[in-house]
Design a protein. Structure first.
Length: 340
């Protein structure tokens, strides 16, 4: 069965280029694909989907988004998916969702039109170029303040939509589908769920500062940033994998040419690379930026379209690596980076 599924995908991607006996070209494009609906949320700010649907193009029904349970896996990260419905199905042209933010004790609801033509084109292109590694998930991201994002996930993750849901009044009984008998009981449920989903330090932070409403829109801002390596200690591979603040995930060159340096890009959240320290020794680095430290540095140094450099100074042991961001006028050393 696995072989047959691969053949179906491979043949489907070639439909537009096959010719018949008379030399006629078949132009029919594939519009149904094997994909799943997934919900995702920030790691430190638990969320829950009450109900949601990716509506098939032109229809008032579609694929149900997984609901219930606390979401904490990380912005743009996959969680569980409902393996329901037909294997091959239409793509969505809109999404509707009701959800809850534990850090705010607030329900939200929104229905949004999705860029169907863009989504279809991305699915078709990936299917034609890499049929055995096509997009397989459509991710719905929900965050405090009502931020809503949609990504396509396959060999890489790409954002296709970002929007804003509205606050709504909804009873805890209806939202959580639990028979609470008092406000104290529902408040206790929320407190326990929040405490079980975050670290003790994060719980204290939320109680003192609340949720950073608006942060997920700021994470989408693009900057002309360039990786550089002190003392010529450049990454040994030509490309490196990067997870970005906006939830995207793809590979970029370890060194930028002038054209790529001038292209605005989302900021990195995590990256990995190996550096040749000596002729006999190389070290593998995994670097996690603190999102707000990095974002605020770029908001200061690159707000007017300036090129901003991220300089890596590889050291041994790896924890001693120093990282700074700078433009032509100013430099900021990052203090909260986690390196392993």
């Amino acid at each position: 069965m696995k072989t047959k599924g691969w053949l179906i995908r491979g043949l489907a991607g070639c439909v537009g280029v096959l010719s018949g006996c008379g030399g006629e070209v078949m132009s029919k494009e594939v519009t149904e694909f094997d994909w799943y609906a997934v919900a995702t949320a920030p790691r430190d700010y638990p969320m829950e989907v009450v109900n949601g649907t990716f509506f098939y193009k032109g229809q008032d029904y579609g694929l149900t988004i997984p609901s219930g349970g606390t979401l904490t896996q990380g912005w743009g990260k996959s969680a569980s998916a409902y393996l329901i419905g037909p294997k091959f199905k239409p793509l969505p042209d809109r999404v509707g969702v009701t959800f809850y933010s534990y850090a705010e004790n607030q329900f939200y609801r929104g229905e949004f039109a999705l860029p169907y033509d863009k989504i279809l084109g991305m699915f078709q292109q990936q299917l034609k170029t890499v049929p055995d590694d096509a997009y397989g998930e459509i991710l719905l991201g929900i965050a405090p303040g009502g931020s809503v994002a949609v990504w396509l996930k396959g060999p890489h993750t790409k954002e296709v939509f970002f929007g804003q849901a509205e606050r709504i009044e909804m009873s805890p009984e209806a939202g959580f589908k639990l028979p609470f008998t008092s406000k104290e009981q529902s408040d206790g449920y929320v407190e326990r769920a929040l405490a079980e989903s975050v670290t003790p330090d994060q719980l204290v932070y939320i109680k003192q500062h609340g949720a950073p409403v608006g942060a997920w829109a700021r994470f989408r801002n693009l900057y002309k940033w360039i990786p550089t390596y002190k003392d010529g200690k450049v990454a040994t591979k030509r490309e490196i994998p990067i997870e970005f603040l906006n939830g995207e995930n793809f590979w970029i060159p370890a060194e930028f040419n002038e054209e790529l340096a001038n292209v605005p890009k989302p900021l990195p959240r995590r990256l990995k690379f190996r550096v040749q320290i000596t002729t006999e020794e190389s070290i593998f680095y995994v670097i996690d930026f603190e999102p707000f430290e990095l974002m605020e540095s770029f908001e200061k140094l690159g707000a007017n379209g300036e090129k901003v450099y991220i300089e890596f100074d590889p050291q041994v042991p790896v924890e001693r690596m120093k990282i700074r961001v700078y433009n032509e006028k100013e430099s900021i050393e990052l203090k909260k980076v986690h390196i392993e």
